[in-house]
Design a binder for this molecule. Structure first.
Ligand code: PLP
Length: 321
């Protein structure tokens, strides 16, 4: 059974989370991106074991980062995630603000691509950075000419420019293509822009996702990833700030400010033991390069050719703000 059909509406209404408690029974806030699935058994086992043992102290050690590095290599062919260049962060928004703070100062410009996850505006504003908008094109994708103009506008006072990229883009669900990301990296090099990427939804892309840090020219960027969306762990808080090779020294300051829960343990457990999101994973035994054309069609996913060209977009179910 598809994981999204497993729980009944009555069961979901018992949940104590924001999505299911914010309003009365006749209103459902679909903008709350919680996952209406059960936990994968390895995650449930890890959480249960940690709670039973009282093993709920401060997370320590590289195990989560190592599990993510293995996952990133296997799933996306992103083979140079170095646990030494990562830092545990409480959640993705905290990690993004942390990364922005590492490469800029109050008053500096941060470029974003509306329409984008609305808290990007609030968090950047709260960090006292100046927002410069580079709207997406009419097709909901990055518009590199608009982005270049925004980089120039943002840098006009000579202040360091940061670009906060959302990949996949929320709310358009576009997973940016290798071409677009390569274009971003080239522009960032030309205009000396530091790129910070939100890749929270990446594990939900069925195939063809391109991590920004795997693109040539991106090595001074930072990406924030998390197990929270793909494995329904939003309440557990487990995100990871990953720095490219040339951002390692920036990250040194932020390292080891970890989340204050057992979340990294259960997130690690899922990356390592559950083998991938049940919402997006490939059939067992297939490598990421093997054809899954019939399965893709059955899932309503775009044809592989278009996925390769455009990047692998999120399944329809995640096209929520
Ligand atoms: C694009 C995007 N980034 C960040 C977040 C929030 O992540 P976190 O709760 O880990 O800060 C969300 C939540 O829906 C999101 O859609």
């Amino acid at each position: 059974m598809h994981p999204l059909h497993d729980l009944t509406l009555a069961e979901l209404r018992q949940r104590t989370s924001l999505k299911w408690q914010l309003h009365g029974p006749d209103v459902l806030p679909l903008w709350v991106a919680e996952m209406d699935v059960r936990l994968a058994p390895p995650v449930a086992d890890a959480v249960t074991a940690a709670v039973a043992a009282g093993d709920t102290g401060y997370p320590y050690g590289p195990a989560y980062a190592e599990a993510f590095a293995d996952f990133a290599g296997e799933r996306w062919g992103w083979n140079d995630v170095d646990p030494q260049r990562t830092a545990l962060v409480a959640d993705v928004m905290t990690g993004l603000v942390e990364a922005i703070a590492l490469v800029s100062s109050p008053g500096d410009p941060v470029v974003i691509n509306p329409p984008v996850y609305p808290p990007f505006f609030q968090f950047v504003d709260h960090a006292a950075r100046h927002i410069v908008e580079a709207p997406l094109g009419a097709d909901g994708r990055l518009d590199l000419e608009t982005l270049e103009a925004a980089f120039i506008r943002a840098g006009v006072d000579g202040r360091p420019v940061t670009y906060l990229l959302c990949n996949p883009q929320n709310p358009t669900a576009v997973a940016h293509s290798a071409e677009d990301l390569g274009g971003v990296a080239a522009l960032a090099q030309t205009y000396r822009v530091r790129v910070v990427v939100d890749e929270i939804h990446a594990p939900l892309v069925p195939d063809g996702f391109v991590p920004y840090l795997s693109v040539p020219g991106s090595s001074n960027a930072m990406s924030v990833v998390s197990a929270s969306k793909a494995w329904n762990l939003a309440g557990m808080k487990a995100a990871l700030l990953v720095a490219g090779q040339d951002a390692a020294t920036d990250l040194a300051v932020a390292r080891d400010r970890g989340p204050r829960s057992e979340s990294s343990g259960c997130a690690r457990s899922h990356h390592r033991d559950a083998g991938g999101s049940r919402l997006a994973r490939r059939p067992a035994g297939r490598s990421r390069r093997q054809s899954d054309a019939p399965g893709r069609a059955a899932r309503g996913a775009p044809a592989r050719g278009s996925v390769g060209r455009r990047g692998g977009d999120l399944p329809r179910v995640d096209r929520l703000p």
